[in-house]
Design a protein around this ligand. Structure first.
Ligand code: HSE
Length: 341
């Protein structure tokens, strides 16, 4: 099948995928045939050409700070829903902003796309955190795929690692660092930077959410732990079932004292099977420096999967960033391509 792609949202992550699509010869290397037919973005506007858009021209335009309607095509101005419904796209790349608590407009975008029989690849945590099971059922009913590898650990294998590579192992516990922004802030604070400045830098580098309170108060990590619980551990929990504490109470003094004690503060998320069901939480932990998670610095993330056959399997890699998250969308697209060929 030829993938006709529509981007819903074209911010850092969408542009990251666009750059990757231009860099690689995916047809030659992966038999992946595609064209981008539509882009609809809240800030940049929207364009559609059923015969394909020139992605390089679009990235140049965006780099110059121009709106999408400067691109030479008659079809402009469609909102996300019109784009999903009226365009000839057969695959929707949903990369609008995350609203962890309600799923936000992204939830509707994903529902409509799947109902219209279009594949969806997405790094948006909102819909997965709110309705993963329902959306996967809807995809199955409509004979399409809904993939969301980039919702946890960006392009570093996490969901696919658990579901595909570790298939057949029982995963008893997942524990680690799942938020790049807070890990970056804690790293910078240890170097002596003030909290506010470190947060500003994390925003500039594109690690933080549109509303960074979601990062620093632990809501982003809470959503990721919920996603892992429901999609990998077979649980059926809500966001509020994951107890949560962020890093906003940690001071430079706390971090300095920990260092003197040969310890380091980390925001740790975990989900564990117990006799009473799933126990899931997010909270700062003061780890000894020789703890494997203590050496994970900057926007890097890490997850340890405790399994029956392999005991602990740990993956460490980027947890946020433009190409790092864009790559997760590529993995999802290539996975669908392998299935539907
Ligand atoms: N704001 C998120 C983080 C982005 O810092 O980890 C990746 O989900």
């Amino acid at each position: 099948m030829k993938f006709k792609l529509a981007f819903i949202g074209f911010g850092v992550v969408g542009q990251g995928l666009a750059e990757i699509l231009l860099e690689k010869d995916l047809q030659k290397e992966h038999d992946f045939e595609y064209e981008v037919v539509a882009i609809s973005d809240m800030k940049l506007g929207s364009i559609y050409d059923p015969n394909g858009l020139d992605l390089q021209k679009i990235l140049d335009l965006v780099d110059r700070g121009e709106k999408l309607d400067r691109y030479p095509t008659d079809k402009t101005g469609w909102d996300p829903i019109e784009t999903i419904k009226k365009s000839n796209a057969n695959t929707i790349i949903e990369v609008t902003y995350t609203d962890m608590k309600t799923g936000g407009p992204a939830l509707e975008h994903v529902k409509i796309a799947l109902s219209e029989g279009k594949h969806v690849v997405s790094t948006n945590k909102g819909p997965v955190a709110n309705e993963a099971k329902e959306l996967l059922k809807l995809a199955e009913k409509n004979g399409v795929h809904y993939r969301f590898e980039g919702t946890v650990l960006s392009g570093t294998p996490a969901i696919n690692l658990a579901l595909l590579t570790l298939a057949g192992c029982e995963i008893k516990e997942i524990k680690g660092i799942v938020n790049g922004t807070t890990n970056y802030i804690l790293t910078k604070m240890e170097e002596g930077m003030e909290y506010e400045e470190a947060l500003k830098k994390a925003q500039e580098l594109g690690y933080a959410e549109a509303d960074p309170t979601g990062d620093v108060e632990g809501i982003d990590a809470q959503g990721k732990i919920e996603i892992l619980s429901n999609t990998v551990m077979g649980a059926d929990i809500e966001l509020e079932d994951v107890s949560r504490e962020g890093i906003t109470e940690l001071t430079l003094d706390d971090i300095k004292t920990a260092k003197e004690e040969e310890h380091r503060w980390k925001l740790i998320g975990s989900t564990k099977k117990t006799e009473d069901g799933i126990e899931a939480k997010v909270s700062p932990e003061k780890l000894p420096l020789d703890h494997p998670l203590a050496s994970v610095m900057g926007p890097t993330n890490a997850l340890t999967f405790t399994t029956d056959y392999l005991s602990d399997v740990t993956i460490i890699g980027p947890g946020a960033g433009k190409k790092e998250t864009g790559f997760a969308l590529l993995v999802d697209l290539l996975y669908i391509n392998n299935l539907v060929g």
